[in-house]
Design a protein. Structure first.
Length: 82
């Protein structure tokens, strides 16, 4: 999370859980990230995660729609194809 002061590091928040059965009235995806520590009002919290992506089956496939790989990462595919 971004904390007040001159420091430029992003401390890790180690006490959290993922609620995969959250009320869809408040969380349309049905998932909620519950954080039990840290953070300061008005400051940013960065969330990073990794997930698999589905393989493309046709040359005409829309990469983002089929695989879930966002447009900023499309150049990574050419690295793996070399």
């Amino acid at each position: 999370y971004d904390h007040p002061g001159p420091e430029t590091d992003w401390p890790l928040l180690r006490h959290w859980r993922l609620d995969q059965d959250a009320d869809t009235t408040d969380f349309p995806s049905g998932r909620a990230l519950i954080i039990y520590e840290g953070g300061h009002p008005g400051h940013t919290i960065r969330v990073a995660y990794k997930a698999t992506f589905d393989a493309l089956t046709s040359i005409g496939d829309d990469v983002e729609a089929v695989s879930g790989l966002h447009t900023e990462a499309h150049d990574i595919l050419s690295l793996g194809a070399a």
